[in-house]
Design a protein around this ligand. Structure first.
Ligand code: ITT
Length: 195
């Protein structure tokens, strides 16, 4: 079975395919949307933006589509950057620098990664939606080369002071917000479809 993965972020696609493989599923393939896929992410929540992306991909392709809207929510910043995580500053490094500056005055550095996933049918109607979360703290300095985005400054709870970027791909996928959300989606898909 083929499902369109409504993203323009190659890191997400890579992680998605690794997670599917780690679940022992061989007959499900996520494919990218066609050129021209450029949804307007003007929702107010991860869930709304996830639906907007999935519905747009279904509309363009006439296929079942899955979307991931995700981000980092930092407690002392009132949940920012949240749904604006991708747009917090120009480049990945500028986003990390801005985050470390913003968090610097605070003692409480607790944070979470959130991933809202929505599956839509060929007509763009929701058939399944759920979210995954992963808890940790913002580090004082960045460490590690794995993953993407804010991974180098996210100290994962229960991982002995390692950042998400210092974990192996398998370790990240086993505890990440994306892994948690996708495994729920895969459970649903395997019950509903013939995979
Ligand atoms: P699409 O909308 O095309 O899927 P995007 O990167 O713009 O790609 P989002 O709007 O969902 O996606 O924003 C997600 C941002 O949150 C992402 O660009 C990172 O900055 C951050 N993020 C999400 N998941 C992350 C992860 O696993 N590790 C580090 N940062 C992550």
């Amino acid at each position: 079975m083929e499902i369109v993965f409504a993203t323009s972020n190659p890191h997400k696609l890579k992680e998605l395919n690794e997670i599917v493989k780690s679940c022992g599923i061989n007959n499900l393939e996520f494919i990218l949307p066609p050129e021209g896929f450029d949804p307007v992410e003007n929702g107010k929540t991860f869930e709304e933006n996830s639906f907007i992306k999935a519905a747009e991909a279904s509309r363009l392709t006439d296929m079942v589509a899955l979307a991931d809207d995700s981000g980092l929510c930092v407690d002392c910043l009132g949940g920012a950057p949240g749904i604006y995580s991708a747009r917090y500053a120009e480049t990945p490094q500028a986003r990390i620098d801005k985050l470390l500056d913003a968090v610097a005055p605070f003692e409480n550095r607790s944070a979470k990664f959130v991933c809202a996933m929505t599956l839509t049918d060929r007509n763009g109607n929701i058939i399944f939606a759920d979210r995954g979360e992963c808890y940790g703290k913002i580090s004082k300095t960045q460490a590690g080369n794995g993953g993407f985005g804010y991974d180098p400054v996210f100290l994962v709870d229960g991982k002995n002071g390692l950042t998400m970027a210092e974990l192996s791909d398998e370790e990240k996928n086993s505890i990440s917000h994306r892994g948690v959300a996708l495994r729920k989606v895969l459970n649903f898909i395997s019950e509903k479809f013939d995979i």
